[in-house]
Design a protein around this ligand. Structure first.
Ligand SMILES: [Zn+2]
Length: 252
């Protein structure tokens, strides 16, 4: 195959790939939203793109479809440039993505939410899709707490506290972007944001917005970020996604 990216192939390429056993399409559900003073608004879409590509390469019989680049980001609207679509509209987009892919005969879709605000919508969409297409496999890694648990355990090994590793634009995400898109990270503007307890404030963040607890938009501390850790973080995240793919699906 010339590329694993659907967009870069011709229709005969796609037809040939499917004949060759490619039966899976992977895509990320990202965001266009503020990520502190040092990271680009595309941060979650870029991370999602990397996750989708790594997942497709590990899977071997998969293509990568375009990342959904705007997600549910109402809680970041206090920061200039953030864009958002509402959950029902995102769900419609995701179902249409799947519908068109299934029409061509793909058997499995893997959705990768790479922005915290999309996890619940993707989980709900996956449930709806399993009912709608019982003969297809719809995979989605949507356990945000499990992801944070794995992320914090890894960053602790590097001497980074959970507060610094963070849940938004902190050490975890900044290290990933430093490894994949260093030209888009301005470490001279990396700052400390809110580094307190996260789990308790998440409902408040979703309801009242991030700016209330973090004026610079960071939930974590970006200063200790290091690109050498980014690849390991991505790989651990892909492990979680692959485990989800390999898990036998419960009947819808
Ligand atoms: Zn992010």
């Amino acid at each position: 195959m010339r590329s694993i990216h659907l967009e870069e192939l011709t229709w005969p390429d796609v037809k040939a790939a499917m004949k060759d056993g490619v039966d899976t399409v992977v895509f990320a559900v990202g965001a266009t939203e503020q990520h502190g003073p040092h990271l680009p608004l595309a941060c979650d879409s870029l991370i999602g793109g990397s996750l989708a590509e790594l997942t497709a390469r590990r899977h071997e019989k998969a293509l990568v479809a375009p990342t959904v680049r705007v997600g549910c980001s109402q809680h970041h609207m206090a920061f200039p440039g953030t864009m958002s679509i509402n959950s029902p509209e995102l769900q419609t987009v995701l179902l249409d993505y799947m519908e068109t892919l299934f029409q061509h005969g793909f058997r499995r879709v893997v959705m990768i939410p790479s922005h915290g605000g999309n996890f619940a919508t993707v989980a709900e969409t996956a449930r709806a899709a399993r009912t709608k297409w019982p003969d297809k496999q719809i995979v989605a890694f949507t356990d945000l707490n499990r992801l944070l648990e794995v992320a914090f355990k890894m960053s602790a090994k590097f001497g980074i506290s959970p507060g610094a590793s963070g849940i938004h634009a902190g050490e975890f995400e900044t290290s990933i972007l430093l490894s994949t898109h260093p030209e888009l990270v301005d470490m001279s503007r990396a700052e400390e944001g809110y580094t307190g307890e996260f789990t308790k404030i998440i409902p408040e963040l979703l309801q009242h917005g991030v700016a209330r607890v973090s004026p610079n938009g960071i939930l974590g501390d970006a200063r200790p970020s290091d690109g050498s850790r980014g690849k390991q973080y991505l790989s651990a995240w892909v492990d979680l996604i692959m485990a989800e793919i390999e898990q036998p699906q419960a009947a819808a």
